[in-house]
Design a protein around this ligand. Structure first.
Ligand code: NAD
Length: 478
């Protein structure tokens, strides 16, 4: 018996959760349930996170959380429970299978069957933002080696477990050579450990276009957080079944499973909602907790119910569907099909009855790190980079020199173009002319001189080489 935490959520949540639990228990799921209250009632009782400390204790103790959609009340101050849960519990992998149910649910992509594996914790979603000048705000994009290793290894292990043939990586490393470059590099390293699984990398823009046009060309796609967020919705939508998709959020210790849709308040309490999205989440949960035989039984019964034309109103179509049913009746139809296999759809077979567990990350030997220079970011209201350069040149001494100035990344000094539009946010790069390392004291001296010269430094960024390789981007046009 596996003890799990269940939250019935808001709106249609209780109905679809009851239906889902009834189906998986009828299929023989070995679970005992601790129910917690999250969402609207908790928010409106004055808890801005939508969940009590006691509920956190239960989630952390059971480690497996099946969650129905919740309603986040309108108005400021309420924090998204989904984002908080992912971060608090270290749920680094978001898994969204997107497959078409042609010809029983209409789609332009009858042969689509892919899985998006989205990194769930870092990238621009670290939520580190600062306004630095009147005109410029930054958001830090953080990509870490352990973050890349975990999500990419998870994607390959997932492919192995589910008999998928190919893992594709999407990045924008032609532009973000350091951050997305690391993701791509780790992908290449880990792909070598899985010689039986095909691997490929696409630049995200053309990759996304290809996915929207020819999704059947993809199998498993792994990508950093923001791209995964956007493209998993696209993939679910073009499968023709955003209301049918489930999602798993996986961490080293804990995992959360859910439907991708919301609480649909307008149809709540009417016994019309489709429980399939949450059921798909629950099926992912069952394979995760080592009950793949039950997951397989439920999935095959569900596929059979869909191809039998027993449909809830959202996918009901005259001429294709046979019978329109409510939430409870749909659940009963799936239960009646337990033990049967679909005829038109290929029956699923989840053989390896184990959850995916990854080796613990071990920090490798530290690399040799050298400080090669510093970028001082300056708030300056002028327009001509040459004017700023002559002010800056007055603070340099010894062999540390002003190497370049960029504005929004583009080099504007030396030899800038007058056509380049400049904001009030200037990056001034300092290095030794002979390329030798500098010291932290050099930086402190520069900062102190800048302060005396009334140059408004709003941020510094050290320029490092790791194991002799410069690890910072050049100015565009440099
Ligand atoms: P929604 O997904 O609830 O509804 C969008 C449309 O899809 C509606 O027309 C709805 O009736 C329909 N729909 C959704 N699920 C359905 C189902 N199972 N069966 C049949 N029809 C279904 O999105 P929304 O209306 O933008 O959001 C409603 C509430 O849900 C908001 O408070 C939002 O914050 C919340 N929400 C929660 C989650 C979550 O908890 N994971 C996710 C998204 C939205």
């Amino acid at each position: 018996m596996k003890r799990i935490t269940v939250a019935k959520g808001d709106g249609i949540g209780p109905e679809i959760m009851d239906a889902t639990l009834e189906i998986i228990q009828a299929a023989g799921a070995q679970i005992t349930i601790d129910e917690i209250e999250v969402g609207e009632k908790v928010y409106l009782a004055g808890n801005t996170s939508g969940i009590s400390n006691e509920s956190w204790d239960i989630i952390r103790r059971n480690k497996i959380f099946l969650k129905a959609p919740i309603t986040t009340p309108q108005g400021g101050g309420y924090k998204s429970l989904n984002v908080t849960t992912r971060k608090f519990l270290g749920l680094y992998a978001n898994i969204r299978p997107c497959f078409s149910l042609h010809p029983f649910v209409s789609t332009k992509h009858p042969n689509m069957n892919l899985v998006i594996v989205r990194e769930n914790e870092e990238d621009l979603y670290a939520g580190i933002e600062h306004q630095q000048t009147d005109e410029v705000i930054q958001c830090l994009k953080l990509i870490s080696r352990p973050g890349c290793e975990k999500i990419i290894r998870y994607a390959f292990e997932y492919a192995k477990q589910y008999g998928r043939k190919k893992v594709t990586c999407f990045t924008k490393d032609n532009i973000m050579k350091q951050t997305d470059g690391l993701f791509h590099q780790v992908f290449n390293e880990i792909a070598k450990e899985y010689p039986d699984i095909e691997n490929e990398h696409w630049i995200i823009d053309i990759g996304a276009a290809k996915m929207a046009d020819t999704p059947e060309a993809f199998d498993v796609i792994v990508m950093p957080n923001l791209y995964g967020d956007v493209l998993s919705d696209v993939a679910a939508q073009i499968a023709g079944s955003v209301g049918l998709a489930g999602s798993a959020n996986i961490g080293e210790e804990c995992a959360m499973f859910e439907a991708i849709h919301g609480s649909a308040p307008r149809i709540a309490g009417k016994n019309v909602a489709n429980p399939s999205g949450l059921l798909q989440g629950a099926i992912q949960m069952l394979t995760h907790i080592g009950q793949a035989d039950v997951a397989e039984k439920v999935q095959n019964a569900w596929l059979k119910t869909i191809e039998d034309g027993i449909h809830t109103y959202d996918i009901y179509k005259e001429g294709i569907s046979k019978k329109i049913v409510g939430t409870r009746e749909f659940a009963q139809a799936v239960i009646a099909n337990l033990g049967q296999k679909p005829n038109s759809f290929k029956p699923v077979s989840y053989k390896e009855n184990k959850s995916i567990s990854l080796p613990k990350y071990r920090r490798p030997e530290p690399q040799k790190k050298e400080l090669l220079g510093v970028d001082l970011f300056v708030h300056w209201n002028g327009y001509q980079a040459d004017d700023l350069a002559s002010q800056i040149n007055s603070i340099v001494d010894g062999d540390i020199q002003l190497n370049m100035i960029t504005n929004r990344g583009i080099k504007v000094y030396p030899d800038g173009f007058p056509e380049t539009f400049c904001t009030d946010h200037w990056r001034c790069r300092f290095k030794k002319s002979n390329g030798e390392p500098i010291t932290k004291s050099d930086i402190i001296r520069l900062l102190s001189k800048a302060e005396n010269a009334k140059i408004d430094v709003i941020k510094t960024e050290n320029l490092y080489a790791f194991n002799g390789k410069p690890a910072f981007s050049l100015g565009q046009g440099q």
